[in-house]
Design a protein around this ligand. Structure first.
Ligand SMILES: [Zn+2]
Length: 429
């Protein structure tokens, strides 16, 4: 088999294209594959999709392709220009890679797959490209995905703020709770941040929103009330944030008690923070035993922990009335426990109760939000490679946007062998 035929086979080059020349350079670890096409062809006009005769050829283009035998592989091709009777002289669409991308669609797909599972530095290294080129491909993929994204507002929205750097630098994130995607990322966490998202939609679209899950954060509440019709019934203070208030209160009790025990030289609570804050079912067997022993002692934090555990079942209710009844019971217990942090947390929850019990109706689970959170934490850890805030935002859309990122294959071939036309038999050109 000729080398040219071998490479044509390897790269999936089909008639009327063929490989005309292969140059291998082992010092530079690259192979250059030159393509040409048969002469008796027609090419497709990019406007009307009709096959027309070839007018001339554009300048040679070079596309980086997937490595062959660990050699960086480049495809060289001069794309024909057609002479269309309706549209004049036009460059045909490239079936190798997108305009000005300099890479084949196959290479681009591979790089995007790799970049989904590792950081930019590693993806660039594994695909043997520079950081800037790798980032450029990701940026273009996000742009492509955004332009394809249908204009619609999710029925169940989640809003959250994320600190992205030290010194209170925040971003506002809007999620689609049903699909677990990030719909919007915007600077800061003020009213205007969330309003910038709502402003993209008209009143009819905004009325279709059924619930907005959020933390008890006034600017988000104000923005939602200003834009979403009947917002009072739709705002749901989500479980994750509510539980955080209670968990933080348990931790405050623990710290306080630990401090006073240590004054008397008792270190019972040393190294036990995790036991009180995490769910019991997530503890290892050893730690569960240790925890059982601790709970038998007369500790304040054990009482605070029990109060926290009790409120977890509030989220199982499907009727607002039942949820209110349960809360009243819990509230009485929490406010009579004589532990200041627990009382404070209970009072905060009571003040916001109207939009906590909306959970019963909408039953917004935060499982998707939490999985997005962990993804975003991962992005933040990889953020050493992000040179600015905009890069961070693009990375969130890339990993969590649920976007269609890949370049599209052309659905029709761009060249064909000129069909045989009987009336031309015997006619010389
Ligand atoms: Zn045309």
């Amino acid at each position: 088999m000729e080398t040219t035929d071998f490479f044509a086979d390897l790269l999936g080059i089909k008639r009327p294209w063929f490989v005309v020349r292969v140059l291998t350079n082992h010092c530079q670890k690259r192979v250059d594959v030159y393509l040409d096409h048969e002469r008796n062809i027609q090419a497709r006009c990019p406007e009307c999709q009709e096959f027309c005769s070839v007018y001339d050829h554009g300048i040679e283009r070079e596309y980086r392709h997937l490595d062959v035998c660990q050699l960086a592989t480049f495809i060289h091709v001069c794309l024909p220009r057609v002479n269309c009777s309706r549209h004049g002289v036009r460059q045909i669409a490239s079936e190798f890679g997108e305009e000005r991308s300099g890479i084949t669609n196959a290479f681009e797909r591979r790089l995007l797959d790799v970049a989904q599972v590792c950081d930019i530095q590693a993806a660039a290294g594994l695909c043997n490209v520079g950081w800037d080129q790798c980032w450029g491909i990701i940026e273009r993929a996000v742009e492509r995905g955004m332009s394809r994204k249908p204009h619609r507002i999710p029925e169940h929205i989640g809003v959250d703020e994320k600190s992205i750097a030290k010194g209170h630098v925040y971003e506002t994130l809007v999620y689609d709770q049903q699909h677990g995607t990030v719909e919007f990322v915007c600077d800061d966490r003020g009213q205007a941040s969330l309003e910038a998202y709502y402003k993209q939609f008209d009143i009819k679209e905004l009325a279709d929103v059924r619930s907005v899950a959020m933390d008890m954060w006034d600017p988000y509440i104000a923005a939602t009330k200003a834009y979403i019709p009947e917002a009072e019934k739709k705002i749901v203070f989500d479980r994750y944030h509510i539980m955080k208030y209670v968990v933080d209160a348990v931790d405050a009790v623990r710290k306080d008690e630990h401090r006073s025990l240590m004054k008397n030289g008792v270190d019972t609570l040393k190294g036990t923070k995790y036991l009180w804050l995490t769910s019991e079912e997530n503890l290892t067997e050893d730690r569960q035993k240790e925890f059982e022993e601790l709970k038998k002692r007369k500790l304040k934090v054990a009482r605070a922990w029990a109060i926290k555990e009790y409120i977890r079942s509030m989220w199982d209710y499907f009727y607002e009335g039942c949820m209110r009844k349960f809360f009243a019971h819990w509230y009485w217990w929490a406010t009579h426990c004589r532990m200041e942090p627990m009382i404070k947390a209970a009072e905060t929850l009571k003040r916001h109760l109207d939009n906590i019990v909306t959970h019963a109706k909408h039953h917004v689970t935060n499982a998707l939000g939490e999985s997005i959170n962990s993804k975003i934490e991962k992005i933040k850890r990889m953020a050493c490679g992000f040179r600015n805030r905009n890069h961070y935002r693009i990375a969130i859309y890339f990993h969590c946007g649920g976007l269609d990122l890949y370049p599209r294959r052309l659905d029709k071939p761009t060249l064909r062998i000129r069909p045989f036309t009987p009336q031309l038999v015997g006619v010389t050109h």
